[in-house]
Design a protein around this ligand. Sequence first.
Ligand code: NYM
Length: 185
Amino acid sequence: LSANNESRGALVVFEGLDRSGKTSQCGRLVSYLEGLGHSVELWRFPDRTTSVGQMISAYLTNKSQLDDHTIHLLFSANRWEKRSMMETKLKAGTTLIVDRYSYSGVAFSTAKGLDFEWCKAPEIGLIAPDLVVYLDITPEKAAERGGYGGERYEQLEFQRKVSQHYKLLKDSSWKMKVFCVDCRL
Ligand code: NYM
């Protein structure tokens, strides 16, 4: 994808802890851009509609057990299976606002103790975002927001680890043009 091609859509990713407000903010940005007359679509990962996505969903809802490496690769495969559609849309001028992407993949798996380099490897070759917006909220504040949904990972202790790993990722400057939004208020 050529960065100087003005007709290309933008790839904007929202990242953050569970209950950080990503889904609401993605929705608001999509409405705003639509109002300005842009062609824009809201995407999210995991995309639970595909067969890989259904395996991920079963894992997240505790209906299946998987080795940590296996689920990591499934999350990545879920992005890979959408890659060509993503490229087609961007080239056609559609802007994609994406709720979670590779950074979730690396932050959540490294928070479990998996190796950082190993976690990043399957993400190489996916389309790099033009912007990653990190919604910065403390794990404690996020936990206060209407409670978690009961899926795997939605526990304060684990979210604390994820928060630390997001910060490590941000400081490592891995493919990220990160813009942090303080959501603590
Ligand atoms: N998650 C999401 C990962 O662990 N790795 C990934 O690559 C992605 C995209 O899945 N707790 C985790 C983060 C969330 C969970 O996401 C489901 P959501 O946004 O609640 O559907």
